[in-house]
Design a protein around this ligand. Sequence first.
Ligand code: UD1
Length: 374
Amino acid sequence: MLSPSPYRSLNGERMLLTIVAGARPNFMKVAPLIRECEARGVPYRFVHTGQHYDFSMSEDFIRTLGLPEPNANLEVGSGTACFQCAEVTLRLERELVEHAPGAVLVVGDINSTLGAAIAASKLFIPLGHVEAGLRSFNRTMPEELNRVATDALADFLFTTEESGNVNLRSEGRGEESIFFVGNTMIDSLAYAMDNSGETGIVEDLGVRPGEFCYVTLHRPSNVDEPARLEEVLGLLNSISKRLDIVFPVHPRTRARIAEDGLGGMLGDARMVDPVGYLDSVTLTRRARFVLTDSGGLQEESTYLGVPCLTLRPETERPVTVEEGTNVLVSEDCGAILGAAFDILGGKTPAGKVPPLWDGHAASRIIDALEERLD
Ligand code: UD1
């Protein structure tokens, strides 16, 4: 049941929608929502929590995606998970009390998502969660706790794939709060493909289209333990003997490689700073295959029909494996190498685009909110 919000406008004005984003993958998810608000004249405030603050992790994405300057930046910055959640809750509370939105939208599964969800629901402001219901069933993954707790607080659960609907029902959520809308990250990807050409990154890095592996790694489970990180870098080294590697290195991963003194292990791999959104889309489209532990890249490679090896034992996005091009490879580096060489030998998974990944998820989300709240 929705609680009546003390902040709802009673004078017939359209509701104010507060849209919260905090870290790199959030910006792709909010961009289509903001475009939709602009197109319909829905008043909104775009709030950046400041969880990511480096130019390449934040502002570059905001600019490339055509997002407006955030109306507020909470400047939370780095810290432990508890610090980030608590600071987002406290600082967003002030923002919400001041601006009295009719609803708050949070996206994804980062610490900012949960912090913002707590603030909105403690103020009885209707809360929508975009990308609800995904479950890895691995509670050691920081994002899993954020997903479960955010969904428990949210009034509107916007799901990207059928597994999300199933998970939410099995947690006792009623049909009236579950909205299967598709995937706003794919909205952004479809929009970028229609409106922006490829960038020159493939040529700039001196690799050939279709003849390199695009690598991203940042999960604590792969990079925080020195022994695991060494094993993973050794794997990349083996692959690089057969195929060029392009590896934009996340700040967290770069710090661990430096701390553990493993910088020399990668030989010829092109280790570069984090790349912008359009560069990442170009690298994904042109890669022979993607090797990643990112949630977003599993989805983007499925949409683009590019093989993806995911360096994790499980995924909260099973549709990318069941219908898409994603293959989970986890512990055993020999098996991972085997999977990579299978792709090089032409054994590639034939995938299809999952239901409702059609570029119109944001429109369905704003429809649902307007119908229910106005
Ligand atoms: C966060 C999200 C993860 C998401 C990822 C995308 C959580 C629990 N995790 O992980 O789901 O996939 O973002 O990148 O919220 N740092 C910088 N500059 C920045 C941001 C971070 O140098 O702009 C460094 C800091 O040292 C920081 C570390 O990276 O401590 C980790 O950043 P943090 O936001 O805590 O988590 P991510 O690993 O980026």
